[in-house]
Design a protein around this ligand. Structure first.
Ligand SMILES: [Zn+2]
Length: 280
């Protein structure tokens, strides 16, 4: 099948697909008996339309559900292209998506980035979930259980993990990547390490992240270790009253040998002042 340039669709199990987008944002597709479910609507409406076109290579069933792994623009700003779907997200994801000031800051930053989608970001009609949950929700879909779980705040306040227990698969948004540093600017440093412990505790043999390749449990554990080490070092530096520049530089230096080859590691240091400011 010929999908959108730069994308690749992998069938993980019968009816369960990861749609990976090189250097950009991944999505998931699950085919049920009478309808389909999509995980993440991607960055702007044209990206959502490309995704929907790619779904049509797999199934002609209507897209009944869209699940937002979290509120970030590159995952959820295509929501408006799914007017007939039930859009599911965590309650905190909903609250972030109706936070006008927060989203306008993101819009301005995307519009100023000079990327191919910058201009289109100006016309996005930010569309929050219309069905939310607080702790967990189960969907019995196409003969399988989809367990939507909130495991605590982490990358954002409302990260949803879509766990398929019978298949040993979890779609985990931006909480963990195989060999990549997640964006930290909206993170919850006090809670993310515990959330990662719960994520690693799920019985899975593959995870689909919002960015990068499909990973195996060893990579998920390594992503957890990274978050634990990162925040422990920053907190220790903060407790010692060290300057933000000193804390950032020494943390990056200490993490380089194990994680230096990861995607976006080169941007880690510049992202740390925002994290440091959140430490109490
Ligand atoms: Zn994100």
């Amino acid at each position: 099948m010929t999908t959108t340039p730069g994308t690749e669709i992998i069938e993980l199990e019968t009816g369960v697909f990861a749609r990976l987008h090189e250097g950009l944002t991944n999505a998931g597709i699950i085919v049920g008996d009478d309808s389909a479910l999509v995980i993440d609507s991607l960055r702007v409406p044209s990206f959502a339309r490309d995704l929907i076109r790619d779904v049509r290579h797999i199934t002609d069933k209507p897209i009944q559900y869209l699940v937002d792994t979290h509120s970030h623009w590159d995952h959820a700003w295509g929501n408006e292209e799914f007017p007939d779907a039930t859009i599911i997200g965590h309650e905190n994801c909903y609250n972030e998506m109706i936070d006008v000031e927060w989203n306008e800051q993101w819009r301005e930053s995307v519009m100023n980035s000079g990327d191919a989608w910058s201009e289109e970001a100006g016309i996005v009609k930010i569309t929050p979930p219309n069905l939310t949950f607080e702790t967990s929700m189960r969907l019995y879909f196409g003969g399988r259980e989809l367990h939507l779980r909130f495991l605590g705040k982490a990358h954002t306040a409302g990260d949803t993990h879509i766990h398929l227990p019978d298949d040993g698969i979890v779609f985990c948004g931006d909480v963990a990547q195989d060999g990549g540093v997640p964006y930290l600017g909206d993170s919850y440093p006090d809670e993310w390490p515990d959330t990662d412990d719960r994520l690693v505790g799920l019985p899975i043999d593959r995870f689909v992240s919002g960015h990068g390749p499909v990973g195996e449990p060893a990579a998920l554990a390594e992503a957890r270790d990274f978050i634990h080490e990162l925040f422990a070092m920053l907190k220790a530096a903060h407790a010692d009253g060290r300057s933000v520049e000193d804390a950032a530089a020494s943390t990056v230096a200490a993490l380089t040998s194990r994680y230096g080859a990861w995607r976006s590691f080169d941007r880690l240091e510049e992202s740390l002042p925002a994290v440091y400011a959140k430490l109490g």
